[in-house]
Design a protein around this ligand. Structure first.
Ligand code: IMP
Ligand code: MG
Length: 179
């Protein structure tokens, strides 16, 4: 598995350090507020598990799963909800936890969907941001790392369902795509 990785973009130590910093920032910003983390399956699972242990506040968490329609409808912003939240977000501050923002389609849709349910606020924390790929105007409130336009795997991110359990963020060898 590691042999399929051409280079490590962000190593374990860098991930740990940044996640700790983000947790400290969130601990400051959400002190005294009722907080619910909403993790986006499946990519955000590893990041969310580490991040929440650095948020030294009472909180609740839940997950949503979404799938975007085909490439032809990218600009329409249509995303399908495969798994919704179990409970209401009224009177709660919602923090969406995502692995990566690419075109922005997923988060644009999710932010609008959750805002319509009238929580006290909706913000976004993403581990990675690829701003050069953006098609819709979406900006994370908290971001771990800005990365170049390269397809990355590991720490929750996949290629065809694989590599999610790599403990670092890496770039795949071209031979993997050519198989
Ligand atoms: P967006 O809707 O285009 O912003 O896409 C976000 C989703 O695309 C993420 O949640 C990932 O599942 C996937 N994605 C985008 N870029 C990458 C990447 O470099 N590696 C793995 N998954 C990616
Ligand atoms: Mg994915």
């Amino acid at each position: 598995m590691d042999g399929d990785v051409a280079k490590i973009l962000i190593n374990q130590e860098q991930l740990r350090e940044r996640v700790t910093q983000l947790g400290a920032e969130l601990t400051r910003d959400y002190a005294g507020k009722k907080l619910m983390l909403v993790g986006i399956l499946k990519g955000a699972v590893l990041f969310m598990a580490d991040l929440m242990r650095e948020i030294r506040l009472p909180l609740a968490y839940d997950f949503m799963a979404v799938s975007s329609y085909g490439a032809a409808t990218v600009t329409s912003g249509v995303v399908r909800i495969l798994k919704d939240l179990d409970s209401s977000v009224e009177n709660t501050h919602v923090l969406i936890v995502e692995d990566i923002i690419d075109t922005g389609l997923t988060l644009k849709y999710l932010t609008e969907t959750l805002e319509a349910r009238q929580p006290l606020s909706v913000k976004i924390v993403t581990l990675l941001d690829k701003p050069t790929r953006r098609k819709l105007d979406v900006r994370p409130d908290y971001n771990g790392f800005v990365i170049p336009d390269e397809f990355v795997v590991g720490y929750g991110l996949d290629y065809n369902g694989n590599y999610r359990n790599l403990p670092y963020i890496g770039v795949l060898q071209p031979k993997v795509y050519q198989k």
